[in-house]
Design a protein around this ligand. Structure first.
Ligand code: MN
Length: 296
């Protein structure tokens, strides 16, 4: 069974001691295996405290982030690339200190809407920086997940096929594709085929609805998603992502365009998500096992 996680923004918008304790305790209380934190501001993050609370609650941790325009490693401007590499290294150092297993997100470009396509020179910069980041991450057994996002959040990786090819260019065994159902629903022609074609390159998975609210209350065909995951025998983490104007992180909520209130009660939302994911995973694996045995 996959490790199941929940994004910290279901609970809290920041990471003060109180917020950290609340997010970790609630996640553990629901029986999740891990929490995913947004490492946007490593400097205001108490790693030692976080690690202590995680250990007390026997919870795992992963982290995600996106680069901003000034730190865009897919830029042709060497200064931005340099700043971006430093930002990624700082985030990785923080991840190492809190004990993350995965560092994911839009690590390969800016987390923003572009008005021009990427350039070959910029893509080459991104590949070089990520090769060095993967080598550094490998020393701490950290997997790097490149999140495929919709066209309004990056111009570099919008489909699973592009991400597989990008990972092949980077050529590091700890460099994996990070898929997210919310983005796939916008960009992939066939979400089940996209998961199948990613295959062993899949290293991290976000489950989110089309409106980023309660699972099942939007338009995503989750049968296809879970069938795809069962078919490739995916064993990595599955993290639930949901955002509402009820919990705000000024920086992240703005870029993600979280304007509407989709829910007020994060606990009920996360409890429902866990049951939803577990039930659907179980059915998909059961159906897959039977089809393999020829019971159809
Ligand atoms: Mn995501």
């Amino acid at each position: 069974m996959n490790k199941l996680g929940v994004h910290a923004l279901v609970w809290v918008g920041g990471w003060s001691h109180d917020e950290c304790t609340k997010a970790i305790e609630q996640t553990a209380a629901l029986g999740y295996d891990l929490i995913e934190i947004a490492a946007l501001e490593p400097k205001s993050f108490d790693a030692a405290f976080t690690r202590k609370v995680l250990e007390r609650n026997k919870l795992g941790i992963t982290m995600s982030l996106g680069l901003d325009d000034a730190c865009d490693i897919s830029s042709t401007d060497p200064e931005r690339v340099k700043r971006g590499e430093q930002k990624l290294r700082d985030a990785l150092a923080l991840g190492r200190d809190v004990g993350v297993t995965h560092m994911c997100g839009i690590l390969y470009s800016g987390f923003q809407k572009y008005s021009v396509p990427p350039t070959e020179k910029g893509m080459a910069h991104s590949v070089e920086v990520l090769q060095r980041l993967c080598a550094e991450a490998a020393k701490s057994n950290i997997t790097i997940g490149l999140e495929v996002v919709n066209r309004y959040e990056s111009n570099v990786l919008n489909t699973a096929a592009q991400a597989v090819e990008f990972c092949q260019r980077i050529g590091a065994s700890n460099c994996k594709v990070h898929l997210d159902t919310y983005h796939m629903n916008i960009e992939e022609a066939d979400i089940e085929a996209a998961i199948r074609q990613t295959g062993d390159y899949l290293g991290y998975f976000h489950i989110g609805e089309s409106n980023r609210g309660y699972l099942g209350a939007g338009s995503i065909d989750f049968d296809k998603i879970f069938r795809g995951l069962a078919q490739i025998g995916y064993t990595g983490p599955i993290t639930f992502e949901s955002f509402s104007s009820a919990v705000v992180n000024q920086q992240l909520s703005g870029i993600l365009a979280i304007w509407r209130n989709l829910w007020d009660d994060g606990f009920d939302l996360a409890r429902h998500a866990k049951a939803f994911i577990e039930a659907n995973l179980r059915s998909a694996h059961e159906a897959h096992a039977r089809s393999q045995k020829g019971f159809g």
